[in-house]
Design a protein around this ligand. Structure first.
Ligand code: ADP
Ligand code: MG
Length: 704
């Protein structure tokens, strides 16, 4: 590829026609730094004749797009001052109304110009749109002049803009101009980034063609072809990255062969108070095969809250220890780390396994002693929070890493811990069940095991939604339940921005309740700001039933396992996300008694909050809840894409583009198997593009 061409796409758009320093700066604010970024600033939607409603046919309550000339523009004073535009398209009239900042709107529009407006129609002295979406269509260049537009049926791209950009002329129309220019002058400089083979085999159009048509489609089938091509690129390069990550870790590296399944592993299984479920047995089998294999294991265990992932991890850890290696278990919260420590210590101590807890909040001398025992190899299992990835933690021979509640950590943290051993085996666990195609994007570099079965005898938690005015009755109920030997959690939301306030609410509620309604019961308060000895003490007293009601913030959200607790009350439930509520609810229903979860919500509830809470009442199935949550929040929010170190998808949607996702995955993995260094001449465009953005992957390959 020509270096000069490459250079043009990488340079600042500042010197392009229509863009100066000011606009270049403003564009940076929306993440457009280079000419390439501008080419990939896709329209947010398109306007075409077929979805424009002539004004004479507009009816109330419809959601419409209309195009018309501004006939008049006025500020109307009244009880509520408003800015009113009257539009006409020769078939009828439509009003557009804005209530706030009338001066701003007044400056924005002039009579005589043509607008496309969209929104839901209401009726007040005529059809009107309130705060519609709008785009200016009149164009001095005449290229998208309304008359011409209405008669030729051109498809017009509409770009997202911001107020700051609009002020310097980069509204939708402004973007149309600069991008049209850019394409006119630079189309030929857009290099192909796929091999001929891939383009032909998959019936793709060229990248040049696609970028031209995504911005200025000749017709809808061209637009569709452009979208398909650009989605293909996005998904293909994502899968290629995953394929390299997987290959560089798994296939090319020599890992540890854990050959023996020793006596102690058998003893542990025998002494458990329960039998493994078939699902646990199946997953343990998959892990065993991986561990025996000379290549490093890189596996995700997915299993709903309460499905019994911890014990599967423990058995695997013991296997590593019996082969002479150390193991590490990392958990997202101190409370969870402490609990895992207690469970592990309890089950494995008399099998001669030395378990240590490493968390940030320890006293210095104790902390140092533990660090020493990790370094000299006398500690077999170290359990901790992200304190484990600190530099001063040095292992003698780390063989297996388990990461609990994986979704709380990022890829970098995972990689960091891995670097503390010599290609150790990795097991990550998550309670967030996600559809397969999605796990192929988020966890595409991992092998996946699913524990799709609950231990026998579990009864689904019964969930009830109540409004805050029923609180007294609810707490009476808690009192009688606890009176008969049950234990309960009462949870208050704690969301970071308002942490202090929430903490205060929890503390006050705790104090009030312990003096009034629950004065005869044993209550304790638990929150994240406490010293770890305090937290420790409270958790073990709750476990031994010395505490009957635990008033807590969301620190108990993940992993906490107290089977005798079978009642959980969640205050301000409307403030929690769906997955979070499911996790919280998972704290109960771990024994054989019927468990209840009471959600207290403060009216008025938004429609969304109500359907979220009702979803929880309706089902206990984590899979269904995750899917619903995904629909509500979209994949980016749901996974915290950035946190996972995944590139953001702009045009492809793994939920919708399943087929393309599977296809690109197959092609990417096949390519890495066949030509890992991308030396084939046909693959040069892929080599050049990939190494540009992912040179680190190639380095990994060469050193392997
Ligand atoms: P999670 O998958 O949410 O991490 P845990 O590993 O904490 O779940 O297990 C939940 C509870 O179920 C624990 O008390 C654990 O001892 C128990 N448990 C695990 N496996 C089984 C089983 N096969 N039969 C009965 N109880 C089990
Ligand atoms: Mg767990």
């Amino acid at each position: 590829m020509d270096d000069k061409q490459q250079h043009i796409l990488d340079s600042s758009p500042q010197y392009l026609k229509g863009i100066g320093e000011k606009r270049a700066n403003a564009l940076r604010g929306i993440g457009v730094h280079t000419v390439r970024d501008l080419l990939y600033y896709f329209p947010r939607r398109y306007l075409d004749r077929s979805n424009i409603t002539p004004m004479q046919h507009i009816r109330r309550d419809q959601t419409i797009t209309a195009v018309g000339k501004v006939i008049s523009a006025n500020i109307v004073k009244g009880r509520k001052t408003r800015y009113v535009l009257l539009l006409s398209d020769n078939t009828g009239f439509l009003m557009c109304v804005w209530f706030n900042r009338v001066q701003y709107w007044e400056k924005l529009f002039k009579t005589g110009e043509t607008l496309a407006v969209s929104g839901k129609v209401t009726y007040f002295n005529g059809n009107q749109l309130i705060h519609p979406e709008f785009d200016r269509l009149t164009d001095e260049d005449g290229e998208s002049n309304d008359e011409k537009f209405l008669h030729t049926g051109a498809i017009i791209p509409l770009y997202a803009s911001t107020e700051a950009l609009t002020k310097i002329g980069l509204d939708s129309r402004g973007f149309r101009r600069i991008i049209k220019n850019l394409l006119r002058t630079h189309s030929d400089s857009i290099p192909e980034i796929l091999s001929d083979t891939l383009v032909q085999e998959n019936h793709l159009i060229s990248l040049q063609n696609a970028l031209n048509n995504i911005h200025f489609p000749h017709n809808f089938s061209k637009l569709e072809a452009a979208r398909r091509r650009l989605k293909f690129d996005e998904l293909f390069y994502l899968q290629l990255m995953l394929a390299y990550r997987k290959r560089s870790i798994k296939a090319l590296q020599k890992g540890i062969e854990f050959k023996v399944v020793g006596e102690r592993t058998r003893q542990l299984v025998e002494r458990l108070p329960f039998k493994f479920t078939d699902a646990q047995r199946k997953v343990l089998g998959e892990i065993r095969i991986d561990m025996k294999n000379p290549h490093p294991m890189y596996r995700l265990i997915q299993g709903d809250v309460g499905s019994g992932k911890t014990i599967v991890a423990l058995v695997s850890m013991l296997m590593a220890i019996e082969n002479g290696f150390q193991t590490a278990l990392m958990a997202p919260t101190e409370i969870l780390a402490e609990q895992h420590y207690l469970t592990t210590h309890h089950l494995l101590e008399d099998l001669g396994v030395n378990t240590k807890l490493l968390i940030g909040a320890q006293r210095k001398t104790a902390h140092n002693e533990i660090l020493n025992s990790i370094q000299d190899g006398s500690c077999d299992i170290v359990i901790g929070t992200h304190a484990l990835i600190q530099e001063n933690v040095v292992f003698k021979n780390l063989g297996l890493i388990v990461i609990d509640e994986q979704h709380r950590f990022g890829v970098m943290q995972r990689m960091n811990l891995m670097s503390k051993g010599h290609y150790p085996d990795i097991l990550v666990m998550t309670a967030t069940p996600i559809p397969r195609t999605l796990s192929l994007t988020t966890y595409g570099d991992l092998d996946i095991s699913v524990i799709d079965q609950m231990p026998a005898g579990r009864r689904p938690v019964k969930t009830h939604l109540r409004t805050a005015d029923k609180r007294d009755k609810i707490y009476e109920y808690v009192k009688t339940q606890v009176g008969t030997g049950n234990q309960a959690y009462i949870v208050f939301p704690l969301i970071e921005e308002s942490e202090k306030m929430d903490l205060q609410a929890a503390t006050e509620a705790y104090e009030r309740m312990s003096q009034t309604i629950f004065s005869q019961l044993k209550l304790a308060l638990l929150h994240g700001r406490m010293k770890s000895e305090e937290k420790d003490d409270i958790m073990s007293r709750f476990k031994s039933r010395d505490i009957e009601i635990l008033v807590s913030t969301t620190v108990i959200e993940v992993g906490v396992d107290i089977p005798n607790a079978n009642l959980i009350v969640i205050e301000n439930a409307e403030r929690f996300g769906l997955s979070q509520l499911h996790q919280l609810r998972g704290r109960v229903g771990r024994g054989s008694e019927q468990a209840h979860c009471i959600l207290i919500a403060k009216p008025p509830l938004t429609h969304e909050a109500r359907s979220r809470l009702n979803a929880l009442v309706d089902t206990n199935d984590g899979f269904k809840i995750a899917e619903y949550d995904l629909q509500l929040r979209g994949p980016g929010e749901f996974f915290g894409t950035k946190q996972h170190g995944m590139p953001e998808l702009r045009i492809a949607d793994p939920l919708v583009d399943k087929d393309l996702l599977l296809l690109t995955r197959e092609k990417a993995f096949e390519l890495v198997d066949r030509d890992p260094q991308l030396l084939d001449k046909d693959n040069k465009p892929i080599h050049d593009n990939f190494s540009k953005f992912h040179s680190d992957k190639f380095k990994l390959l060469r050193s392997g």
